[in-house]
Ligand binder design. Structure first.
Ligand SMILES: [Zn+2]
Length: 535
């Protein structure tokens, strides 16, 4: 995609103004080795490994739920592969405590009466198994209030309980994928607010807290009443099922970050929890509404392991005269379990690994060390990257003399330069979010120059959240995430059973790997480290 001619003029004019007002030394600070970047683009475009890396991660390792066998396989595969490429210091760094590993060994679900049909459905992560085949009647627990809930007392024993209202499905007039229009990119570039970008994810209803409390009561009620399993309806449709963790009953009065987790070693006993495609969930409800009985059969066999800690994977391309300083790139190695974590975040891992491979293969000698971090448990709250940042760079700690926590930095933070993250699906890189580092605009603009023809050049003051660069930002270190096109992501692959290799777009990923390699290399070569906020 190319910019409209008028927009090009406008953008050039903005750059010219910015360049005029800068002193000469900062102009040279924006310079980069364009011959090296040309080689990076050539290697990344013409001899790419990015799809092969992704196929190993997704097809062979499979879903990579944190601490699952698939996750551990991916830890081993990424570490050994990077070692074989000749990267230095390829190793794992364990952190904890964690709790339980979990994976599906076998799963089948089906309606057997009044008419048999297999169910498009998946167990929620860390759900217990059914100890053999479970047969039972479906009951729709329609309860919007506490008193309505009481009417189900004594009626749920051995039943498979449908927990949600039916979902009305509508035709799709919006495409699953779209490229960011020039007008949207221009809006991002010109935005003057330091406001977080909102993704197109579900809006929370105004009585969210009441609904959460009711959900929690329903969960406890079904356990007390001896129900056999809980069935819920997926968001989305067309047979796509979006699935995350099983819910555990929680005390709503306990502060959110102090509550137990379903993956903890001693997490409370729960019932098997299954998510059904909207079409199949609705069908069961329609049959029930005719006064007919619906019988189901469920068989879930899970593998559970005790995992005291989980691993991040780290590898390096050593620097030269500034080798003690470090530029980092990364994405998260963990995923959800129903697909193969292709776009969340297999693509980010493949892009970063490919960037490291490109730099190593070309024999480039960065001044600073370039380090890749592949994080565990992003899906449980950026936990792997947080643990890494805390161990190496510092943390925010409650302070006796102020209400605000204080940032305590470690000596390694002095040597830290910058972190670039990739985690917004397969979509083409279109630019970068500045995360409040406005002084970096001219630098980033110049680094995007070789990628302008590919459609990547927008530098926006708008911030983005939701992923591992925040772990660095939290303690005041510069960490960035790229602007990407929305390709099948929120609509289709994000946390769904359709998050699979086939949804990854080869050309977009080749470009992303070249951008990542170039940004890492440029950062590793400049005279100055990256500025910290306020500098
Ligand atoms: Zn995710």
């Amino acid at each position: 995609m190319r910019f409209h001619a008028a927009l090009i003029v406008l953008l050039i004019a903005r750059t010219a103004v910015a360049q005029e007002s800068r002193p000469p030394e900062s102009r040279s600070a924006s310079a980069f080795d364009s011959a090296a970047v040309a080689k990076i683009i050539d290697e990344g475009t013409n001899r790419s490994h990015v799809m092969e890396i992704l196929s190993w991660l997704t097809d062979v390792c499979g879903g990579r739920l944190t601490a699952s066998p698939g996750y551990k396989k991916a830890v081993e595969w990424t570490r050994t592969t990077m070692k074989e490429w000749g990267l230095a210091n390829a190793h794992t760094e364990n952190w904890g405590p964690w709790g339980r590993g979990w994976a599906i060994r076998r799963y089948a679900a089906q309606v057997i009466e009044p008419v048999p049909f297999p169910l498009i459905s998946y167990p929620k992560a860390w759900s217990p198994g059914t100890s053999g085949t479970l047969r039972g009647e479906a009951v729709y627990m329609e309860a919007k209030t506490d008193s309505a809930l009481e009417t189900f007392r004594g009626k749920l024993k051995g039943k498979l309980v449908l927990m949600d209202e039916p979902r009305q499905l509508k035709p799709h007039f919006e495409p699953d994928a779209s490229r960011l229009a020039d007008s949207s990119l221009l809006q991002l570039a010109n935005a003057d607010l330091d406001r977080p970008r909102r993704r197109g994810r579900p809006n929370f209803p105004s009585d969210f807290r009441r609904l959460m409390a009711l959900e929690n009561k329903k969960l406890k009620f079904c356990i007390e009443e001896g129900a056999a399993a809980l069935l819920s309806v997926s968001r989305g449709d067309d047979g796509t099922v979006f699935v995350q963790s099983a819910s555990i009953p929680t005390d709503q009065n306990i502060q959110r970050d102090k509550r137990a987790h379903v993956y903890d070693k001693n997490s409370p006993e729960i019932l098997p929890q299954i998510v059904l495609s909207a079409e199949h969930y609705n069908r069961i409800l329609r049959i029930l509404s005719k006064g007919l009985k619906v019988k189901l059969e469920l068989n879930l066999d899970v593998e559970e392991t005790r995992e005291d800690s989980v691993a991040n994977v780290i590898a390096e391309l050593p620097g030269t005269d500034l080798k003690d300083e470090v530029v980092m790139i990364g994405g998260h190695l963990d995923s959800w379990h129903t697909g193969t974590g292709a776009t969340d975040d297999g693509t980010g891992v493949a892009v970063c690994m490919e960037a490291m491979r490109i730099l190593k293969t070309l024999g480039l000698k960065p001044r600073r060390t370039i380090r890749i971090g592949l994080w565990a448990a992003e899906e449980q709250g950026l936990l792997g990257s947080k643990a890494y940042v805390q161990r190496h760079f510092g943390e925010r700690k409650a302070a006796a003399d102020s209400a605000e926590p204080k940032t305590i930095l470690k000596p390694e933070a002095e040597k830290f330069c910058v972190y670039f993250n990739h985690d917004n699906g397969t979509g083409k890189v279109r630019g970068i979010y500045m995360q409040g580092y406005e002084t970096l605009r001219p630098l980033f603009r110049s680094w995007f120059a070789p990628f302008r023809g590919m459609g990547a050049s927008t530098v926006t003051p708008v911030n983005t959240g939701g992923t591992d660069h925040l772990s660095f930002n939290d303690i005041g270190l510069p960490g960035f995430q790229f602007i990407q096109d929305e390709i099948d992501y929120d609509s289709r692959t994000w946390h769904s059973n359709m998050d699979v290799y086939d949804r990854a777009q080869e050309d977009d990923l080749k470009e992303a790997a070249a951008v990542m390699a170039a940004f890492a290399y440029n950062a590793a070569m400049r005279d100055d480290k990256f500025p910290r906020k306020g500098q």
